[in-house]
Design a protein around this ligand. Structure first.
Ligand SMILES: NC(=O)c1ccc[n+]([C@@H]2O[C@H](COP(=O)([O-])OP(=O)(O)OC[C@H]3O[C@@H](n4cnc5c(N)ncnc54)[C@H](O)[C@@H]3O)[C@@H](O)[C@H]2O)c1
Length: 441
């Protein structure tokens, strides 16, 4: 078979500007982490782009380069950063307040972090009820705010000398919204911005500004944001990659590993009770029932799609699934997530599994931000436009093209991601069929 051609990918020359919405725990842990890695102060553990390899060709060929040597990604030394936040703290102060990294990882990069000051945010308390900020833009209409965000993007590009930009939402979870008439066409969306329609959340203004300035947009929270028809179409028209929603980090990552295992073995599931305690600012925001509702929807979807109760009614037709998040300040960013899972086996005999994950939220999220920045930039240079389903690996509630269902199984997502990289570079897909042995027989 002839080798597939691969994709024409523009080189990763010059600097890549990462524009972060929100300069809280996740963003500061990401930025400080990259600077530590660049200075030799630590390893980028958890990052597939930095640590991962990819097998190519037949197993006998023993070809498994590092992903970052296989696809043309921006290098860590090429990254420059900017962020918006309604709190005026620079990245060093914000990182100290977030309390994720120890002084050994903050003090050596303090001067660097001091230099990153948040741009005034397009912020509205109606969408994040537990926060009040002073570093906030003013404007008569939401359209004015969107235009100010566009100006911020151009200013940062010029000042930083960045060749290319990507934008990532790592800001607080907004209140629950569903797609409505204002989200269907550009005319309706722009009119709604001008009329200060409550259907337009601040996160949509950032996404709109990014796309109008021709930069990819990834959404790390469960808000609708770029998951509305008007912005999906805008991304397609402008050949821009978009994706979301909600970084897949702790408890949901475990869920999308365990649920496929039960299904693979045809073990039944009676119930799954997940509860968390966390005490960071994210926990405080999620303590508001309207923001929690947005998160809950994102966390609840996974089992339904993985287990397909319609196809396996005896095994998965009657599952009790519950997710709770409890704000508990003493724990800070060090979340504890408990899962009680009631499964059943042969002849219906019940069994239980308990998971107690003492995780660190932002330590798990930071490498995801890095990978998304690098892969969205790659996708842009490879002219992959619209929703990047191959990056579902990183999201709790993956955005999909209309009419398709999301893929949640972490290992199917990983295969899809790696096969997309192979396809981009003109390498054969890996099917795990082992055909060479059957052909020999
Ligand atoms: N493991 C994880 O940490 C994880 C996993 C999945 C999703 N998330 C999501 O990522 C987001 C960031 O998490 P975090 O722990 O860094 O939270 P955080 O509260 O520490 O930081 C969020 C920051 O966003 C700012 N913000 C709020 N609205 C804004 C706006 N309109 N414009 C600009 N900035 C705004 C806040 O002031 C805050 O500083 C949250 O939505 C969270 O739910 C986190």
């Amino acid at each position: 078979m002839p080798q597939p051609a691969g994709r024409d990918i523009a080189p990763a020359k010059g600097k890549l500007g990462v524009m972060l919405v929100g300069l809280g725990a996740v963003s500061t842990t990401f930025i400080a982490g990259v600077e530590n890695v660049r200075c030799g102060g630590g390893l980028p553990i958890g990052s597939l782009t930095q640590m991962g390899t990819i097998r190519l060709g037949k197993r006998t060929e023993k070809r498994a380069p590092k992903i970052r040597e296989f696809v043309p990604l921006a290098r860590l030394t090429d990254l420059v950063f900017a962020a918006w936040d309604p709190f005026p703290d620079d990245a060093y102060t914000a990182a100290k307040k977030a309390g994720v990294l120890e002084p050994q990882h903050l003090e050596p990069v303090a001067a660097f972090l001091n230099g990153i000051r948040p741009i005034p945010a397009a912020f509205d308390r109606n969408y994040v009820k537990r926060l009040t900020g002073t570093n906030v833009k003013t404007g008569k209409t939401k359209r004015d705010l969107a235009e100010q965000l566009r100006a911020d993007i151009r200013t940062f590009k010029k000042a930083s000398g960045a060749d290319r930009l990507v934008m990532i939402w790592a800001a607080s979870t907004e209140v629950y919204l569903t797609p409505g008439p204002a989200h269907q066409s550009m005319e309706a969306f722009e009119r709604a911005m001008e009329q200060n329609d409550p259907a337009i959340a601040p996160s949509m203004l950032y996404a709109y500004a990014a796309l109008m300035e021709n930069i990819p947009f990834a959404n790390g929270a469960p808000n609708l944001t770029v998951d509305i028809p008007v912005l999906e179409r805008l991304a397609e028209e402008r050949k821009l990659p978009i994706g979301g929603k909600d970084f897949k980090t702790g408890q949901t990552m475990m869920k999308t590993v365990l649920a496929p295992a039960f299904k693979a073995r045809m073990l039944g599931l009676a119930g799954w009770y997940s509860t968390n305690i966390l005490g960071n600012r994210d926990g405080e925001v999620l303590d508001d029932p309207e923001s929690f509702k947005t998160k809950e929807e994102s966390k609840l979807g996974v089992l339904e799609y993985i287990l397909q109760p319609d196809q396996y009614p005896e095994l998965y037709g009657n599952i009790f699934h519950k997710v709770r998040i409890n704000y508990y300040p003493p724990r800070g960013d060090n979340k504890e997530g408990w899962d009680n899972i009631d499964i059943f086996g042969w002849l219906g005999y019940p069994m239980q599994i308990k998971v107690d994950f003492l995780c660190r939220d932002s330590i798990l999220a930071a490498p995801i931000v890095l990978d998304l920045a690098l892969f969205f930039d790659l996708a842009h240079r490879a002219r992959l436009s619209g929703i990047q389903e191959w990056l579902s690996f990183y999201f709790k509630s993956p955005q999909t093209a209309p009419g398709l269902y999301p893929e949640h199984d972490l290992f199917i997502q990983q295969i899809k991601l790696k096969n997309t990289l192979r396809w981009l570079m003109g390498e054969d897909q890996i099917t795990h069929l082992g055909i060479e042995y059957y052909e020999k027989a």
